[in-house]
Design a binder for this molecule. Structure first.
Ligand SMILES: Cc1ncc(COP(=O)(O)O)c(C=O)c1O
Length: 418
């Protein structure tokens, strides 16, 4: 299936109110009506070009939403104040008391915590299974299942989901397939393989400048409309609205996403290949013998590479911590959660972004404490960065000191950098 998300965005044309090359920012929380009867109509249904209140819809947010719907090849989209808002509103819209979700067991820790701890309070139960084994997914489906949930490339283990096969299972069982595509914008288009709803944390690659938290839900007109329904819509009623100034800035960043993804991927491919040659324990879906490489090669859009995320296993938590501190000191990047920034970011997911997952379950899925998740930046000279990385890894392997000093050192480095 040939689809080019960048071309799809390129074909958009928005003018500002006075002919500006950027669309105007609508800076109002509420909107006027000349006729009271029109206000009543807008409460009841969507009326083209009419706005009511910015928690419901805002023209600037609509521009960004339309551009993201183009990117994900869905009929419509709605932006939200965070990725978690997009995920939770979607799941609460699709599921009611008594319904079940079958979810990948390897997902972002916040989503896992929501499904495990919060959704059951509303009578929604989740079965966590290995989505790299589609037969396991099918087996977990019961008459109560409404939703299949997965990340296209999972956080943090970089497992690649066969969207096509899971999409077929979803369709065959009359379910809704919800995919978090945060790790692979441009690279994968889940809707082309059977996803009904695609969500993103825009906080990551799509915005790309680590200066905001934001999200989006992409899907059919009917589903997106249902989310902003004044009586039943989870976005309208829970209220995670994006600020319009932020929507305008993310839209500008979105127009360079295709170039950034390519550079992130090129750099990550180089780092992964180089460190593998040096006998480091690396997981990167662009390596030809990596699990999921063939699936990703079959499903990916051409021209954006295999993504910017690399996983390095240092063996122990102590070594992982020591390496991250050294890499920050060597100005390779920052010891910080999140991803998709122009500088390299690294964190140990076992004790940070996936710490919500209980110890025993992390072990079963292979999420060990020695893992370092690296979001490779847009470095112009990746050879130099990789050489410095190698020096840091060698130093940690050779000179590793007692773990007691680690936490003190971390705060020192952070304080120096601030
Ligand atoms: C894959 C994935 N989905 C969703 C989220 C949540 O997004 P946000 O932090 O924008 O709420 C994250 C955050 O790290 C993530 O990595």
């Amino acid at each position: 299936m040939k689809f080019d998300p960048a071309q799809s965005i390129q074909n958009l044309q928005y003018f500002g109110e006075f002919g500006g090359v950027n669309p105007s920012i609508e800076d109002s929380s509420t909107y006027t009506f000349l006729k009271a009867s029109k206000m009543e109509e807008v409460f009841e249904k969507e009326v083209e070009g009419c706005y009511l209140y910015s928690r419901h819809w805002n023209p600037t947010n609509r521009y960004l939403s339309q551009a993201l719907a183009r990117m994900e090849n869905t009929e419509s989209a709605v932006v939200t104040a965070s990725g978690m808002a997009a995920i939770t509103a979607t799941l609460l819209q699709l599921c009611s008391h008594g319904d079940e979700i079958v979810s990948s067991r390897v997902i972002y820790g916040g989503t896992y915590a929501f499904l495990k701890n919060v959704a059951p309070r509303f009578g929604i139960r989740t079965r966590f299974v290995d989505f790299t084994r589609p037969d396991e997914v099918e087996k977990a489906i019961t008459p109560f299942t409404r939703v299949l949930y997965a990340e296209s490339v999972s956080n943090p283990l970089l497992e690649v989901i066969d969207l096509q096969r899971i999409g077929e299972i979803s369709k065959r069982n009359g379910l809704k397939f919800v995919v978090d595509n945060t790790f692979t914008p441009m690279i994968l288009t889940p809707a082309n393989w059977g996803a009904d709803v695609v969500v993103h944390s825009l906080t990551k690659f799509i915005n790309g400048t680590s200066d905001t938290v934001a999200g989006v839900v992409c899907g059919t007109h009917d589903f997106i409309h249902s989310l902003s329904d004044v009586s039943n819509g989870m976005i309208m009623l829970l209220g995670p609205v994006m600020d319009s100034h932020r929507a305008a800035s993310i839209l500008k960043n979105l127009h360079s996403l295709h170039l950034r993804m390519l550079q992130h991927s090129r750099n990550a491919q180089y780092v992964a290949e180089r460190l593998t040659m040096e006998n480091c324990d690396i997981r990167y879906p662009g390596l030809s013998d990596a699990p999921g490489h063939d699936v990703l090669t079959r499903l990916m859009n051409i021209g954006y590479g295999y993504g910017g995320m690399v996983l390095l296993n240092m063996g122990t938590r102590e070594k992982a911590y020591a390496l991250m501190e050294r890499m920050q000191q060597a100005n390779i990047g920052y010891l910080a959660v999140s991803l998709g920034f122009y500088k390299t970011l690294f964190s140990a997911p076992g004790s940070s972004t996936s710490s919500e997952i209980p110890d025993g379950e992390r072990e079963t899925m292979g999420l060990s404490d020695g893992l370092v998740r690296i979001s490779i930046g847009l470095d112009a000279n990746i050879e130099e960065t990789t050489r410095k990385m190698m020096e840091c890894i060698d130093a940690v392997n050779q000179n590793y000191q007692k773990p007691e000093s680690i936490s003190e050192d971390t705060s020192l480095y952070a304080a120096e950098l601030r």
